[in-house]
Design a protein around this ligand. Structure first.
Ligand code: NAD
Length: 335
């Protein structure tokens, strides 16, 4: 994923002008050296010890793109060296780790934010705008379907709760963002279906109660062969006046009640407005730009860990529900 970040930086003149990469750290030095060569960063210090490289380079910012299990140490090291830190998702491998990072960032007065890049895309922003502007009335339910069969190899095929922790965090965060509601409780069934090439938890079905009486349902699998859904999921939003569907690509349809007499009232189409800010639809580029703007202005970025922990609580609530077989009341975290 570090290549995705470097491509995002190098393809945006504003970011390329604002940020210069002074060091690359990887426990596997060959990986960092190869990255430096591929992206023309031969001047950068390459090392395996983060603290040493931070000391040597006096970096202001740390981009944390390590695997989830290594995140907590890396973030702590960066924050304690006075860096603002932007981490890949998921924020943490446990709620305790997440709470410790949020508390440390506040203590040392540095910004720590998460790359929740899949909310910085046009489709999710359109859903959010439609809900905010009550295009289909007041939101009463959201549903998302995520069915793909990627063969990644690597850490994902060995980790526990792989779908919920490594992928569903994007979708659950998007649901929280789109709805603008507070998740209150979750009931989840997680399985590793027959034929799965993952060690654990490649599939999950979860139902969340949201504030204001709304419901969110998530159905997902990362070992579903055949025609896939979009990586953004296929969505259905239900409101008091109508429904909005998004296929996760370009297909949007919003319809509200028609005026036919009889059992069904029929329906009429309404236009789904485009996002109101193009700058917020460029994935990693938008997240990094928001992070830099937050550092410059002193405000918290949209995906500050103190807010993102609320999405992580949805993931860990679902994991606990799956483990216990019981609904779980979600703790109200962060700011
Ligand atoms: N936002 C997205 O769309 C997206 C997409 C893919 C991956 N990711 C996230 O990016 C992160 C990395 O995933 P990846 O696919 O690049 O994994 P990867 O295994 O391909 O790369 C991880 C790299 O981190 C290095 N590493 C591990 N522990 C380290 C440590 N303690 N210090 C320094 N380096 C260390 C590894 O040697 C490896 O080179 C994960 O959190 C993953 O969930 C996000």
């Amino acid at each position: 994923m570090s290549k995705g970040w470097l491509r995002a930086l190098q393809s945006d003149p504003h970011l390329a002008g604002a940020i210069s990469i002074v060091g690359l750290v990887d426990v596997n030095p060959d990986a960092a050296t190869a990255l430096a060569a591929e992206f023309g960063l031969e001047h950068a210090v390459v090392g395996t010890d983060l603290a040493e490289v931070l000391q040597q380079t006096s970096a202001d910012i740390l981009f944390d793109i390590v695997i989830p299990g290594a995140r907590s140490n890396v973030v702590e090291t960066g924050l304690r060296h006075g860096c603002h830190v932007l981490s890949e998702k998921p924020l943490a491998a446990s709620m305790d780790d997440a709470r410790a990072m949020v508390a440390l960032a506040a203590d040392v007065n540095r910004i720590h934010a998460v790359v929740q890049n899949r909310r910085f895309i046009s489709g999710v922003r359109r859903l959010r705008r439609a809900v905010k502007e009550k295009l289909i009335g007041d939101l009463t339910a959201l549903h998302s379907d995520f069915f793909l069969g990627p063969h990644f190899g690597g850490f994902r095929e060995a980790m526990d709760n792989v779908l919920l922790l490594d992928m569903a965090i994007h979708t659950l965060d998007a649901a929280r963002f789109v709805s603008g509601r507070t998740p209150l409780s979750v009931y989840c069934v997680e399985t590793n279906p027959a034929g799965s090439w993952y060690a654990h938890g490649a599939s999950a079905t979860a139902i969340f109660q949201l504030s204001g009486g709304a419901v969110y349902s998530y159905r997902g699998s990362w070992c579903a062969e055949g025609r896939p859904t979009s990586w953004e999921s296929a969505w259905r939003l239900v409101g008091t006046k109508g429904m909005l569907t998004w296929d996760g690509n370009d297909g949007f349809e919003a319809t509200v009640a028609g005026d036919e007499a009889g059992l069904l009232r029929g329906y009429r189409s309404v236009e789904v407005p485009m996002p109101d800010d193009d700058g917020q639809t460029q994935g990693h580029r938008s997240v990094i730009a928001d992070f830099l703007a937050a550092i410059a202005s002193g405000r918290q970025p949209e995906t500050a860990s103190s807010d993102n922990i609320k999405s992580l609580a949805m993931v860990f609530g679902a994991i606990e529900s799956a483990r216990t077989g019981l609904p779980v009341r979600l703790s109200q975290e962060g700011s």
